[in-house]
Design a binder for this molecule. Sequence first.
Ligand SMILES: Nc1ncnc2c1ncn2[C@@H]1O[C@H](COP(=O)(O)OP(=O)(O)OP(=O)(O)O)[C@@H](O)[C@H]1O
Ligand SMILES: [Mg+2]
Length: 359
Amino acid sequence: MIEIRNLHKSYSTGQGTVEVLKGIDLTIEQGAITAVVGPSGAGKTTLSHCISLLEKPTSGQVLVDGRNLSALSGQALRSERRAIGTIFQHSALLRRMTVAENVALPLRNLGVVHREMEDRVAELLDRVGLLHKANAYPGQLSGGQKQRVGIARALALRPRILLSDESTSGLDPESTQQILDLLDDVRTELGLSVILITHEMDVVRHVADQVAVLANGRVSEYGPIGALVADPQSGAGRQLLPVRALPLPAGFDYALSVSYRHGPVDPEWLTRLSTGLGVRVALLGGSVEAHGEAVLGRAEIGVAGRPEAEVRSYLEQLGLVADPRDPVSTAAAASTRTATAPPSEGAEREANEKIGVRA
Ligand SMILES: Nc1ncnc2c1ncn2[C@@H]1O[C@H](COP(=O)(O)OP(=O)(O)OP(=O)(O)O)[C@@H](O)[C@H]1O
Ligand SMILES: [Mg+2]
């Protein structure tokens, strides 16, 4: 489990001090996948660096299984850092080493004996489905394969936490899905906590249990995906399950924005509403999907025939929450994907230095 308590991080620049993290509080349960989302510049990478101890917080604590890692330094810090495996955006593999050599690096740095290392590397590559690429060079792999090698390397020292900063950005949907399935598998099989930093709401919805939204250096929303989507007031909920609705057709009295509650919902609610209350109902837009055992759903409907309060309380009985349609809900739902530039040699070197890998 990771507990982040009142975490602050400031940087000194030529123009003075910039406060990037302004008091972050988060509890991340063991075995859960937690997504951290937020606009560019919100402080996601800074938070990730504070968690992986690449940066020292200005104040506040990061507790891993109750131990305050942010207070450590030197050998103790290096040793505790092994609890956290990091996957980088552009995999940060060393291009002059084979796949197997890349995965072996953290083990070699630790002085693991040759025979044991070979077995472990084979086991790790097998786990990510790339044993047959052991002797290939990173340049001969697809983007998704490189990321899977990055995951194998991050798992080499048997971490309890896996931290991924935009590891699926720029990948095609199929490769993204493979990476997400893999993260889900290792979380289940190894009981790891996964922290997934991403811009992509599709990614969050498919794999995360909970979401923390970072805005201006603070956590603005935090909770299980189902609860955020079910909460009509949640901006994150709207972005997670966007609804692009039609305008209210002529002949209808008003529009309602309907969210599926975090619990049982009558799947025949549209029919029931219409026949039970004797109203006309137009479906203007909506999205319903399975999320593990739960159902995520949001819809916009037009209604004619009965007063709004009566319709809303009837929907409530069917397991839905209805609110007057918010005119910005549909427009604001656009996804926030960002374009990503390819890594430079310098960026690769820097990333490798961070994880203690030397070329
Ligand atoms: N070493 C540094 N010195 C000064 N300012 C920094 C430093 N690192 C980050 N910042 C500033 O902190 C803010 C947050 O940066 P950060 O990289 O954490 O954002 P982010 O949420 O990861 O953004 P993105 O989505 O673009 O990756 C930015 O305004 C950035 O300029
Ligand atoms: Mg970032």
